[in-house]
Design a protein around this ligand. Structure first.
Ligand code: CP
Length: 324
């Protein structure tokens, strides 16, 4: 795999990537799918490299898959979380990151509750590539990549051919970094994005020209929003934010916006469902749909490893010609 064409030093978001960059990342991710299907799931691509996973917010999928990805590339991976480190004694994010950089890691993967945390570190750290594993309400780029990779597989399309699809995203868009990264990705690929949810959770600014180029449609009823959809992405209702009164009650939200097989009867034939997880079954998505034949949730998780292997490989091999 030739890594000479990697033009970015960090992966901070989908915003700012070119269509070419996005397709390049997806094509590279496709090549790593096969490694995880082998009996011996390891390649020497990042042997001698060090990756630190700094997760200062809870995570199951992203954290586990970055660790597995690093190990399958033969890198030395170290995991750090907030509890049990000097962060819990009050050390700042920057001091923590500089301390870690002093040990010469090649890549720092960061999850943080503050939007812009990964970008901030990328400007302050001089020798370490930064990967955004989710920053506040801002972006979660590798989630969007694994979602797009899953759709390429499902529709049997090359990344450059994943266009003209109707993608409906349902739920708490306001607080969702997954939604933002996916909107940018689908804008670049040439898909049509519809956002669905109550007005409090789907701000009208998302349809503004300045926000995402003006290409996003907003609906406040599920029936209208899923009509003709090829893909319905259901987002988690962030239960930890419900004291902010964005929705009257969970029951009311569920009555209007819970995605079920019946709701999808108005979607395009063959419509599939994505959910980034973790899911609140019976609130934003029915258990039947979550586990049903239209659901690609498990494939999303599997593809998370390939996408993260590609990301780590490309950033860890910059300036080197290498074969996997
Ligand atoms: N989709 C996602 O980011 O899940 P985790 O919070 O479990 O990593």
């Amino acid at each position: 795999m030739n890594v000479d064409s990697v033009r970015f030093q960090h992966l901070l978001g989908i915003e700012g990537l070119s269509r070419e960059d996005l397709i390049f990342l997806l094509e590279n991710s496709q090549q790593f799918v096969e490694v995880s299907q082998r009996d011996l799931k390891k390649v020497p691509a990042l042997r001698g490299k060090t990756i630190i996973n700094l997760f200062l917010e809870p995570s199951t999928r992203t954290r586990a898959s970055f660790e597995i990805a690093g190990k399958r590339l033969s890198a030395d991976t170290i995991n750090i979380s907030g509890s049990g480190t000097s962060v819990s004694k009050g050390e700042t994010l920057l001091d923590t990151a500089r301390t870690l950089q002093a040990m010469n890691p090649d890549i720092l993967v960061v999850r943080h509750r503050s939007s812009g945390a990964a970008h901030f570190l990328s400007q302050e750290l001089t020798r370490t590539a930064v990967v955004n594993a989710g920053d506040g309400m801002h972006e979660h780029p590798t989630q969007a990549l694994l979602d797009c990779l899953t759709l390429c597989q499902h529709f049997e399309l090359a990344p450059s051919e994943l266009k003209g699809k109707n993608i409906t995203i349902v739920g708490d868009i306001r607080h969702s970094r997954v939604a933002r990264s996916n909107i940018w990705a689908h804008q670049l690929l040439g898909n049509k994005v519809t956002l669905v949810g109550p007005a409090t959770l789907v701000p009208h600014e998302f349809a503004d020209e300045e926000a995402f180029g003006g290409g996003v449609r907003i609906c406040h009823t599920l029936r209208e929003g899923v009509e003709g959809a090829d893909v319905v992405m259901v987002l988690r209702i962030q239960l930890e934010r419900q004291s902010d009164n964005f929705i009257p009650t969970l029951e009311e939200y569920t009555r209007q916006y819970c995605v079920t097989p019946q709701v999808l009867e108005g979607a395009a034939p063959g419509c599939v469902v994505l959910h980034p997880g973790p899911a609140n079954r019976g609130i934003e998505i029915s258990s039947t749909l979550y586990e049903g034949t239209q659901s690609l949730v498990e494939k999303q998780v599997t593809n998370g490893v390939a996408v993260r292997m590609a990301t780590l490989f490309l950033l860890g091999s910059r300036g080197r010609k290498e074969n996997v």
